[in-house]
Write a protein that binds this ligand. Structure first.
Ligand SMILES: [Zn+2]
Length: 329
């Protein structure tokens, strides 16, 4: 493996909500498009899916699209040393995937496969590529070396250049039906408390729900939700609330709020049947144009976190806007 920075530690478990995607891919493992973009919200197991797919592509004797786990190729892959695999990710504390990491791929892909039928590259999280890195990748996507398969994983496809997106086949991961997610959470070794709430907060993404439960973040998120509700009803003050949110962590709060408003927008677009009971109560209370404006502001502030802008002022402004959002209706 030429990737210098990438762990292939992953679950060999195939998640039930991946079944349809697998059955679509298994039939065409030998004639996959040269580039796949795996996209969808966090917590759906896209990265694990990509690693399992990479292993299946490098396995000497895959059975119905599943890596055997015992052949030479699988052993090399499992120990992180397969010469025909390159994993590109964030190096330590880096926030971006840099051009040098992508440039190295050209050399890697220009050589014929050592032992496998393919050369497989996995880039995750793909949206972390800066513009130079993405442009460098574009050259490979435009003239893919024979036998190469590139797997790009992203929670935020819109952050990738359109030129990169358009040269990949897209695999869209969706949250499973609520019952499927709940049933899966119930099978975990440590079944989290309040699985229904966790799944709701996670937008239906089971793995995110599980990790929220482990990190105790769920309790914080429930608090945030209750705060928004109280603000909307005029039972709380934005300034006091902002101080509490700052205590919980501005980044965590803004990230959650962004996801919450995005779900409200999706609820609008879907018309009915928001996956989540709270949301279905909330979704008709706001004009969608208001929600679009609001989410842009949250995003802009989120981007500026860590700059000279005062976090408390940011939170106050956002929460005041939230209360006005409701009055406009
Ligand atoms: Zn194998």
């Amino acid at each position: 493996m030429t990737g210098n920075n990438f762990s292939t530690i992953y679950s060999t478990e195939r998640y039930p909500w991946h079944a349809a995607l697998w059955s679509a891919l298994e039939r065409q493992l030998d004639r996959l498009p040269h580039a796949l973009l795996l996209r969808g919200r966090p917590g759906l197991g896209k990265h694990a899916f990509a690693v399992q797919l990479a292993q299946a592509l490098l396995c000497d004797q895959p059975q119905s699209g599943v890596a055997c786990g015992t052949c030479h190729g699988c052993m090399l892959f499992i120990v992180g040393n397969h010469p025909d695999f390159s994993g590109i990710g964030l190096i330590e504390d880096a926030k971006i995937i840099a051009i040098d990491q992508i440039r190295a791929l050209s050399d890697f892909l220009s050589l014929r496969p050592h032992t496998a039928r393919h050369k497989v590259v996995l880039i995750s999280p793909a949206e972390a590529m800066n513009l130079n890195a993405a442009n460098s990748l574009l050259k490979l996507l435009e003239e893919p070396p024979l036998g190469s398969i590139l797997l790009l994983v992203t929670n935020h496809p819109a952050r990738l250049p359109a030129t990169v997106r358009s040269r990949c086949s897209h695999l869209l991961f969706r949250s499973p039906a609520r019952a499927v997610g709940l049933a899966w959470l119930q099978t975990r070794a440590a079944v989290p408390d309040q699985p229904e709430n966790l799944l709701e907060i996670a937008g239906g993404a089971p793995l995110l729900a599980e990790s929220l439960g482990q990190e105790g973040i769920a309790e914080k998120h429930i608090k945030l939700y209750q705060d928004l509700d109280a603000l909307g009803r005029g039972r709380d003050e934005p300034v006091a609330c902002a101080a509490r949110w700052k205590g919980l962590g501005t980044r965590l709060c803004l990230g959650w709020l962004y996801g919450f408003v995005a779900d409200l927008i999706k609820g609008h677009l879907a018309g009915q049947q928001a996956a989540v009971t709270h949301l279905s109560e909330q979704k008709n209370k706001y004009k969608i144009s208001e929600l679009y404006g609001f989410i842009d502001i949250i995003h802009e502030y989120y981007r500026q976190l860590g700059s000279t802008l005062d976090e408390l002022l940011i939170l106050e402004d956002i929460l005041i806007r939230w209360t006005r959002l409701r009055r406009l209706q």
